[in-house]
Design a protein around this ligand. Sequence first.
Ligand SMILES: Nc1nc2c(c(=O)[nH]1)N[C@H]1C(S)=C(S)[C@@H](COP(=O)(O)OP(=O)(O)OC[C@H]3O[C@@H](n4cnc5c(=O)[nH]c(N)nc54)[C@H](O)[C@@H]3O)O[C@H]1N2
Ligand SMILES: Nc1nc2c(c(=O)[nH]1)N[C@H]1C(S)=C(S)[C@@H](COP(=O)(O)OP(=O)(O)OC[C@H]3O[C@@H](n4cnc5c(=O)[nH]c(N)nc54)[C@H](O)[C@@H]3O)O[C@H]1N2
Ligand code: SF4
Ligand SMILES: [Mo]
Length: 698
Amino acid sequence: MTARTGPPVAGRHSNPSGRRALPVVRSADTHCPYCALQCGMRLEEDAEGTVTAAPRGGGMCKKGWTSPELLDHPMRLTTPLLHGRPVSWDEALDHVADKVRRVQAEHGRDAVGVFGGGGLTNEKVYQLGKWTRLALGSKHIDYNGRFCMSSAAGALNRSFGVDRGLPFPAEDLKGAEVVVLVGANPAETMPPFMRFLQNAELVVVDPRRTATAESAQLHLQPAPGTDLALANGLLHIAIEQGYLDHGYIDAHTTGFDEVRQTAAGYWPAFVERITGVSVPDLYAAARLMAGKRTAILTARGSEQHAKGVDTVTAWINLALALGLPGKPSSGYGCITGQGNGQGGREHGQKADQLPGYRSITDPEAREHVAAVWGVDPETLPGAGVSAVELLRKCGDEVKMLFVLGSNPVVSAPRATRVADRLKDLDCLVSLDFVLSETAGIAEVVLPVTQWAEEDGTMTNLEGRVIRRRALRDAPDGVRSDLWVMKELAARLDAPGHYDTDPEAIFEELGRASSGGKADYSGISYERLDERTFQWPVPGPDHDGTPRMFADFKFATPDGRARFVAVDHRHPAERRDSVYPLYLTTGRVLTQYQSGAQTRLIPSLGGTPDSEQFLQIHPDTAVRHGIGDGDRVRVTSRRGSYTAPARLTADIRPDTVFSPFHFPGAANVNAAVSDVLDPISRMPEFKVCAVKIAPAARP
Ligand SMILES: Nc1nc2c(c(=O)[nH]1)N[C@H]1C(S)=C(S)[C@@H](COP(=O)(O)OP(=O)(O)OC[C@H]3O[C@@H](n4cnc5c(=O)[nH]c(N)nc54)[C@H](O)[C@@H]3O)O[C@H]1N2
Ligand SMILES: Nc1nc2c(c(=O)[nH]1)N[C@H]1C(S)=C(S)[C@@H](COP(=O)(O)OP(=O)(O)OC[C@H]3O[C@@H](n4cnc5c(=O)[nH]c(N)nc54)[C@H](O)[C@@H]3O)O[C@H]1N2
Ligand code: SF4
Ligand SMILES: [Mo]
């Protein structure tokens, strides 16, 4: 069986194939396996077993079109591996269960941990949280969402009392007059999302002139890590120019006085000095946003910082001062990243969380969830630690780790040290369908299903619950993540029930989330066959909640949105004479995340973006004796990587950029810092200090 793919062009709707069409033997209406936009996708399999993907109504980017190429890929895992040797499922699972028992007998239950992912279905993350707390009896579970939208989540909870990335349908953005994109590059990271922005004037805040910035009315190009000062500076100007909505502030918010006092200190000239954005541009941006239907959207560029929560808070403060949240086609939103980045943060794979966005330290929440699980609340462990902290404990307090839905050897900050930590474990277990770099160092690798072979639900960037539908069965030898949990629970004589039927798990998830903030209790697979629902959906007759703040009621105890005064701090590392440049990191259109999946897809290869590169300003390159295409070694206080130079005036002269899709000697995360935000525990992926030098050819 082979995969045939459509045109390698972002967002095109046709799928011309050179081949004669064979009869379609199977089809399924599902969604793309990759990002949080979760583009609707129709999969078709022909008589020769070739699978094609095409959009259903909306658009799709090149990654969606080519996604079926991984289904029958020669690198697809179809047998469990023990120390790299193919073994039977029984041998692999017996070995794993035996290791769990031995490690826990010697070091306690918390010595076994779980590292999950925001790409896993709701059913998987729900059952994974339950399985960790009951079958392993461990507090140690966290996931890669800490690397992703956790800073926005922290700020949303603090200001609005609830964390749903977009509190309104993306379609509403078509009615916005101005959209401010702060550290977001959707033209590459979610190309079909751009159609929602086509009617708006765009303000793009990015240290690089990206494909998104190309289409902007105004591009502000601040130094990495200075967005907080920028937002406070815009608020200063809004106050000075009388752009505020005082009626809104009085009626729907608390805490403005302190924020006004803080903003008073952010004089435009002072903000220009911190950010590098000129005073006239600051005024132009504030003027554009004032008195309009304006939406402010942040993504990873402004969030992946050691002050990510406060930075997002500063933009929310600005939105509140202009009276935006709750008004039509206006407000603040975070562009969530991973396929189930939203649902993945709601149902209990977070260290401090139980299903329905409940807190694991709240006695009432523990009682409710324990009742659904049929156990005594006393038996539920307490809160564990965040992703980076969990990785730091590996080989030390944590002796055994299960990884599913993440490839931290490539994607975690200080990746070289992370790999060392994982090698120090008594046992690393990886569930994956390809031999990712993390699976590559695992003692046990368990081959699992891909998206086209499973049912489930995902919650997209609008908090919209959608159905994933199987096209066909998995290849021989492959099992589902759910089946693995059930089998191991049985071998461990674990309390609790573990299903393999996603619909049964979703029904249980509904009950466990009932009454919580992210309430799914009114959604069923049957209802999802008719339509989609944006949570909360508190009952079977409830139609969902497309617009969370439509009546200006926020999810805080007093129903008002909270202004929170926040001050600028410098990045954890500043440029100096030894490390004179800022390194920032991110994504290119054709690769996804750690690249474990997309680097294997033939149709995504062979372009300049299918290999690592270093984006660098020509003036900076000249000063370092570097020409276009020359190999460069980039070194921080933690480590280094090499990449060919790509000279362009699109980046600030004090900043260089590389994507994080590439492993080994090209892995930018060898250099990236793991300093954390105090609230979200988000690492500072988007800024550290580096030096560069020409590198010898490998
Ligand atoms: N092609 C592709 N698409 C993806 C993904 C992928 O891996 N590949 N991943 C998905 C996921 S999980 C996520 S989280 C999203 C991420 O989506 P985005 O947030 O759009 O992606 P990034 O490239 O990480 O960062 C966006 C921009 O932030 C800029 N930036 C860097 N530092 C700063 C700063 O200090 N301030 C500001 N204002 N901007 C800064 C970068 O130059 C970059 O252009 O994409 C999703 N979509
Ligand atoms: N320098 C730098 N580093 C970053 C970022 C950055 O901007 N800069 N961004 C961060 C962000 S936002 C994110 S989200 C992370 C993402 O980085 P990772 O957490 O590494 O995410 P993926 O590369 O998507 O890894 C998913 C792995 O799980 C497998 N997989 C996919 N679906 C399933 C499933 O259903 N079950 C199982 N068992 N396995 C599955 C895939 O094959 C793959 O090996 O990277 C972070 N790292
Ligand atoms: S934009 Fe995201 S969901 Fe849509 S096709 Fe591309 S990767 Fe898939
Ligand atoms: Mo992400």
